[in-house]
Write a protein that binds this ligand. Structure first.
Ligand code: HEM
Length: 192
């Protein structure tokens, strides 16, 4: 089956000018890469948490109808990446001077830990009132794959838990993280 998204990229003609082969290749690569490490890291973080918190796992089993808000809370608690930009003009924020051309990084996960918005933010609470989370950022460059990512986590959890209702981290495993743009355990050996 032809992918509608890739097909749209291949046939796109902004302002009537078709994209070049290089641009098409770039956009398609970006689309695939955007959905690889992010989903991998998100799932590793969530599965690690559930392996270490059997009471939360039980709660998920007990509340199948709440799966969407469960996924949203897990995505809030484990937002894995950030936004980077290059300033197009001089800017001042809270007394900090920034210059045109400076590179800035927005630590999105920190926004999901703002206690004024999410009280007791480190706690996983599936009954939090629904609020915008910044896992996928917001605005014109927000994640194109956010809906797919939410579905992947949701279906991943549903199908996994049907077959493997209880699991744990393999004894003796040391969980390792690698510095980089996407944060999650490098490997997660599980036993059941
Ligand atoms: C849990 C998984 C994911 C997370 C946490 C995530 C997070 C993000 C974030 C924070 C951005 C904004 C980056 C910025 O502002 O510089 C972004 C952009 C993007 N993401 Fe995702 N993403 C995920 C999954 C996916 C998937 C599954 C796809 C595609 C199949 C995807 C494709 C993209 C693309 C194409 C952009 C660029 C959008 C633009 O610049 O207009 N992402 N993502």
């Amino acid at each position: 089956m032809q992918s509608p998204t890739v097909s749209r990229i291949a046939h796109a003609a902004p302002d009537g000018v078709p994209l070049s082969d290089k641009e098409i290749f770039g956009f398609v690569c970006f689309l695939f890469i955007g959905g690889l490490d992010t989903v991998f890291a998100t799932m590793n973080n969530i599965w690690l948490y559930l392996a270490q918190n059997p009471a939360k796992l039980e709660e998920i089993h007990a509340r199948p109808d709440d799966i969407d808000k469960i996924v949203e809370e897990l995505l809030r608690r484990w937002s894995v990446t950030f936004s980077g930009r290059v300033l197009d003009k001089d800017y001042e924020m809270r007394g900090v001077q920034m210059k045109k051309g400076d590179r800035v990084t927005f630590i999105l996960p920190a926004c999901n830990f703002d206690p004024d918005v999410f009280p007791n933010p480190k706690e996983v609470d599936f009954d939090r009132p629904r609020k915008t989370i910044l896992a996928f950022t917001v605005g014109v460059h927000s994640c194109m794959g956010a809906h797919l990512a939410r579905l992947e986590v949701k279906i991943g959890l549903q199908e996994w838990l049907k077959r493997i209702p209880k699991f744990a981290v393999k004894p003796g495993t040391e969980i390792e993280y690698r510095p980089g743009g996407v944060i999650g355990p490098e490997q997660l050996p599980l036993v059941w």
